[in-house]
Write a new protein. Structure first.
Length: 205
């Protein structure tokens, strides 16, 4: 990455971290994947029960592989039971559809299990995000989901939805629709429950 683009992105991340912290959420900048894992280990304890939401970012950054290591007890029950046990996990790992420069997390889910765990339950939510997830405001977050997150995930999951063909959200009524639960996390009442770790690279959709 060009050093000046890198500087612009890092400045954007640092400003967003300040906004997150003013909203009672913690922010971090990891310089690479190895540092990302070190930050994760500093926020967790060996033997912690952890769970995670579906996320290409967690796969691409190697976080999923780390969660499967012997350091953690990764929940592995049947899907329905797993969703319920997530609420009592020591830590829940996920990414996010978008983070505004005002420190707001915007997410859209199909089943709602991911956003539910972000809103309430686990002792800690650890959100991993590339710089590409940062947007100016909620309007840009909505547009990002329509133009990138929804169609890319629909294509990946091979859903029977118009966005898989058109490449843009059509606000469909398909039974395969993956955009059903919309949430904005603007502030945390419990300080530092949500931890957002940024990388100055593009990850996920």
């Amino acid at each position: 990455m060009d050093k000046y683009v890198n500087w612009v992105n890092e400045t954007k991340i640092q400003n967003t971290i300040k906004s997150l912290e003013s909203n009672n959420m913690k922010g971090y900048l990891a310089n690479d994947k190895d540092e990302l894992i070190k930050i994760i280990d500093s926020l967790t304890n060996e033997g912690d029960t952890v769970s995670c939401g579906g996320s290409m970012t967690l796969i691409e950054t190697g976080v999923i592989d780390h969660l499967r290591s012997q350091r953690f007890n990764l929940t592995k029950e049947d899907l329905k039971e797993l969703y319920r046990k997530t609420f009592s996990a020591d830590a829940f790992f996920t990414s996010t559809n978008a983070i505004t420069e005002n420190g707001e997390l915007y997410n859209v889910d199909g089943n709602g299990n991911r956003v539910a765990a972000m809103l309430y339950g686990p002792d800690k939510d650890i959100v991993v995000a590339g710089v590409n997830k940062i947007v100016k405001n909620i309007n840009e977050a909505v547009e990002r989901n329509k133009s990138m997150c929804a169609p890319a995930n629909a294509k990946r999951l091979n859903t029977n939805t118009p966005c898989k063909i058109k490449g843009y959200c059509m606000d469909c009524s398909s039974s395969d629709r993956i955009c059903c639960e919309y949430t904005i996390i603007k502030r945390q009442r419990t300080a530092n429950r949500i931890h957002v770790i940024f990388l100055n690279e593009n990850f996920g959709y």
